[in-house]
Design a protein around this ligand. Structure first.
Ligand code: E4P
Length: 216
């Protein structure tokens, strides 16, 4: 399973990139607004200068024609851009046109197996089940990831399953066990994944034992 960072904060992206574990980035309008960056293009171009991997950037248009136009523009910002298209009738129409043009798409705001199925049939490169937001309304978000993986595998669909709306390290573990192709995670979850109390205790003990022998 690959790990993407789910952020528009370029300092976090620079720091995470140094660790050599991040293969791509997902953004959305809320994440870009959080960074108070009004120009989405400049954010995406800056991210593309840091990370050599897929970068999801979302369209804001809602009508299919406008979505397709906007997606063509967004995909021209960098060779690595993947256009995020929200699930809707217009979104499916846009994905089917864009996939025939060779533009990579990420079906976002996916909350059901039926939505994922339609996305892959329309030609989406990625589908993004939103795990945390399903958990928030007492649905099992990871069960959806597992179901999508199973069905895509069965029918040998080429669309990649991108587990999104990840809230904590256990989500990452379950996504990996479920066979998700990718988990896109906030920076704080990446930091939590690194830490283990026994690792810290072990480092302290090794250091202290080594120092104790030096004093003899
Ligand atoms: C996915 O691509 C989205 O940007 C993201 O994972 C949404 O997460 P949230 O539900 O924590 O906002």
């Amino acid at each position: 399973m690959r790990i993407f960072l789910d952020t528009a904060n370029t300092s976090e992206i620079r720091q995470a990139a140094r660790l050599g574990v991040i293969s791509g980035i997902t953004t959305n309008p809320s994440l870009i607004a959080k960074e108070k960056r009004e120009d989405m293009k400049s954010v995406i171009e800056e991210i593309a200068s840091i990370i050599d991997g897929p970068i999801s950037a979302e369209v804001l248009s809602l009508e299919p024609k406008a979505m397709i136009q906007e997606a063509r523009e967004v995909s021209s910002w960098s060779a690595n851009v993947v256009v995020k298209i929200p699930m809707s009738e217009g979104g499916l129409e846009a994905i089917s046109v864009l996939s025939r043009e060779g533009i990579k798409t990420n079906l976002t705001l996916c909350f059901s197996l039926n939505q994922a199925l339609l996305g892959t049939i329309a030609g989406a490169t990625y589908v993004s089940p939103f795990v945390g937001r399903l958990d928030d309304i007492s649905h099992d978000g990871m069960q959806l990831v597992s179901d999508i993986v199973k069905v895509f595998d069965h029918y040998k669909m080429p669309t990649q399953v991108l587990a999104a709306s990840i809230r904590h390290p256990l989500h990452v573990v379950i996504a990996a066990k479920a066979g998700a192709d990718i988990a896109t995670i906030p920076y704080n979850v990446l930091k939590q994944m690194i830490k283990h109390p026994l690792t810290d205790i072990g480092i302290t003990r090794f250091t202290e034992d080594w120092q104790s022998i030096q004093k003899l």
